[in-house]
Design a binder for this molecule. Structure first.
Ligand code: GLC
Length: 601
């Protein structure tokens, strides 16, 4: 597996720097604290190598300029020289996983499940490049993307972060995504992070952070496959996964993190832990830290207790439980990534070419997102060729997701769990706003109560899920939690989203609206907005046409582009669509196979 061979200049520079670093300075590089618990002075005092924003953690008024100012202050602190400090620029990281969607006014792209339906890796590379430019506009260096999960059970709350249940389809997007994000490692890209290594999408019953109980051949063929092109494309970081593999947590798994990833696959970037993911290796934090470091974790992502992590790292090294060679290897990896990314040569964030760029959230960027929305739509039913609709038709637009930019963006948008209003998503268009812009006789009535065949030729009913992220989106059939799932041991137990994958049980209001309108003799086009292919037998039967729109992001106008005939349907399912609402739904023949999609025009 060809990866970076460190150019002599980088290797020499790393060795030269390492030889000047104290143990405290080395250990500082290995710790990433969350911005809410770290000041710029902390960065200087403790020599921190990185800071992150957890989902929804933003400076000031969450404007681009606030982000640049924050990064400028952290960077300046990391570059102080003297008084026991070496100038080593820190890395700032965010979850820009479908656009830099933490930030107000960002271009928000469809989540990966929709991109997986486009069959267009070149488009995904363009998306990644636009996203990198919006990340750069805020002075940020590193995004925890792409997620290369192969989601195997849609009970998992992170299904929508997966491009597909098919490893090959996920792999087809990986290299372009890395190229798009990292560019030429100059001023045009940021550092990417392939995650979560490994087997995050394969846990029993889809329990987030649960146990992936499969043999090594299956782990390799299903969950490692998408990483090969990412490593080939030179991804600079990999994130360890919360899940366990046959009962052993990935964060402490030396074979997976070191022997396979760094050894056999030749990965020479660095491994970052997931959010406090080290904590769950052992009840004694110091022991857990040593287990993770010795397994191959190079940088520790710590939400609050980063000082304790530093102190315990130091203690474990002093006690010889973590060898100095392991510390030097971790720091060498971190420094080489910073040098390969040109971080030492970059100006301070406020003076970098893309900082505060007017292209942030620009029409040009939104046009790319709108194209992605169009290509992500999958037409599942179209009786009597109802679609595309005429722009002059008297269209009744209804449903809880018709006019809600928050709902259509899903999780990891402004807030970790997403937003539920239009106001929270600045810029962009709801599905309704997109239809209204081109169909002068369209009217909005979310309840559908005003449906009247004398006034309405056709209805578009936009239904589906409300936003969620991670374990909060888990569906635990019958409320069951499998042994090994950390969801039930985390300090903040994540309340599972629901107990069934049948939409009519989760959101009965949707079927009620469809049936009421259809009962008036009005043909219904149902548009599903959600993060996974829930069982929709009843909703489908009551609809004359049915479209899967996934989580389209800020540019809802892309849905209108296709419903009203400006562009054809071209998308195909990245996941098979189930018929049976049961934990064992995959044992039954799907309603629509993966790859299915009607085309028009
Ligand atoms: C979360 C997620 C991971 C994310 C990280 C930082 O728990 O597992 O995907 O990158 O924490 O927000």
């Amino acid at each position: 597996m060809a990866t970076h061979s460190l150019a002599p200049s980088v290797a020499d520079r790393v060795d030269a720097l390492l030889s000047r670093m104290s143990l405290a300075q080395k250990l500082g590089q290995m710790v990433q604290g969350e911005r809410a618990s770290v000041t710029p002075d902390d960065v200087a005092t403790y020599h921190l190598g990185s800071i992150l924003s957890g989902g929804g953690s933003a400076p000031g008024t969450n404007a681009v300029a606030d982000w640049v100012a924050m990064n400028d202050a952290y960077w300046a602190a990391s570059m102080r020289d003297g008084d026991g400090q070496l100038p080593i620029p820190l890395l700032y990281a965010v979850d820009a996983i479908h656009g830099h969607a933490n930030v107000r006014g960002a271009t928000v792209f469809p989540h990966n499940i929709g991109l997986g339906c486009t069959n267009d890796p070149d488009l995904v590379e363009r998306i990644a490049r636009v996203m990198a430019h919006e990340v750069l506009a805020t002075g940020v260096d590193w995004t925890f993307a792409p997620t290369l999960a192969v989601a195997c059970d849609m009970h998992w709350g992170r299904t929508y972060e997966s491009f597909s249940e098919d490893p090959a389809r996920v792999a087809s997007f990986a290299a372009g995504y890395i190229r798009g994000v990292q560019g030429d490692l100059g001023n045009d890209g940021v550092i990417a992070c392939a995650k979560h290594w490994v087997g995050d999408g394969g846990t029993t019953a889809g329990n987030d952070q649960g146990d992936t109980a499969i043999d090594e051949a299956t782990l390799e063929a299903t969950h490692m496959t998408p990483y090969y092109p990412a490593l080939e494309a030179g991804v600079l970081t990999v994130m360890a996964s919360f899940n366990s593999w046959n009962g052993e947590k990935c964060h402490g798994h030396r074979y997976l993190l070191t022997d396979v990833l760094k050894g056999r696959l030749g990965f020479d970037g660095f491994v970052v832990s997931d959010w406090d993911g080290v904590d769950y290796l052992h009840e004694d934090y110091g022991t857990a830290i040593a287990m993770a470091a010795n397994a191959g974790v190079d940088m520790f992502m710590v939400s609050v207790e980063w000082k304790q992590c530093l102190e315990l790292l130091h203690r474990q090294v002093e006690a010889g439980i973590i060898a100095m060679e392991r510390i030097d290897d971790a720091v060498r990896r971190i420094l080489s990534v910073k040098l390969r990314f040109g971080l030492f040569e970059k100006a301070r964030p406020a003076d970098r070419p893309w900082s505060n760029s007017a292209t942030f959230g620009s029409d040009a960027h939104r046009d790319v997102a709108r194209e992605a929305v169009r290509k992500s739509l999958v037409l599942l039913k179209n009786e009597q060729a109802l679609l595309p609709l005429s722009k002059s038709a008297r269209i009744l637009v209804a449903g809880k997701n018709a006019h809600n930019r928050g709902h259509q963006c899903g999780g990891f948008t402004v807030a970790w769990q997403g937003e539920t209003t239009n106001e929270a998503i600045e810029g962009g268009t709801s599905v309704w706003e997109g239809i209204q812009a081109v169909a002068p006789q369209a009217v909005l009535d979310e309840s559908g109560a005003s449906a009247n065949a004398a006034h309405h030729d056709v209805a578009i009913v936009v239904i589906g899920e409300k936003p969620y992220a991670e374990g909060m989106g888990d569906i635990r059939a019958g409320g069951r939690v499998e042994p090994g799932s950390q969801v039930m041991v985390k300090p903040h137990t994540l309340a599972p989203y629901g107990k069934t994958i049948e939409l009519a049980q989760l959101h009965p209001e949707d079927l009620a609206v469809i049936q009421h309108i259809a009962a008036q003799g009005i043909p219904v086009v149902t548009v599903f907005v959600g993060g996974r292919p829930l069982v929709v037998n009843a909703e489908l039967a009551a609809s004359q046409a049915f479209v899967a729109a996934w989580l389209p992001g800020s540019e809802g106008q892309g849905v209108a582009d296709v419903l009203l005939g400006a562009h054809p349907f071209t998308g195909t399912l990245s996941f098979a669509w189930p018929t049976v609402a049961a934990p064992t739904y995959k044992a039954s023949a799907p309603l629509f196979p993966r790859g299915y999609g009607l085309v028009t025009g």
